[in-house]
Design a protein around this ligand. Structure first.
Ligand SMILES: [Zn+2]
Ligand SMILES: [Zn+2]
Length: 82
């Protein structure tokens, strides 16, 4: 049985496999890796882990990159510059 190395993660994969069992990408091209491996960042407003591409924090509703826009009336804005 022939095996190849996944072009994306290097895992040894059955040459006839359509997808790498480790990362889900096409082992011949390295493309098509599972979306679940997307980068994660912490919301600047509340610190919750959110998908790096998301526009709003699911916890506080703010923009995760700036921490602004959260639905917190009466809360004085505190921006940590650092
Ligand atoms: Zn792989
Ligand atoms: Zn948040």
């Amino acid at each position: 049985m022939a095996v190849i190395k996944c072009a994306n993660c290097g895992t040894t994969v059955n040459a006839e496999a359509e997808g790498c069992p480790d990362c889900g990408a096409d082992p011949r091209t390295g493309e098509g890796a599972a979306a679940g491996l997307a980068a994660v960042e912490n919301c600047a407003g509340c610190g919750t882990s959110v998908d790096a591409g998301t526009e709003r924090c699911p916890n506080c509703g703010a923009d995760p990159r700036t921490g602004e826009g959260g639905a917190k009336p009466g809360d004085s804005p505190q921006i940590d510059s650092g």
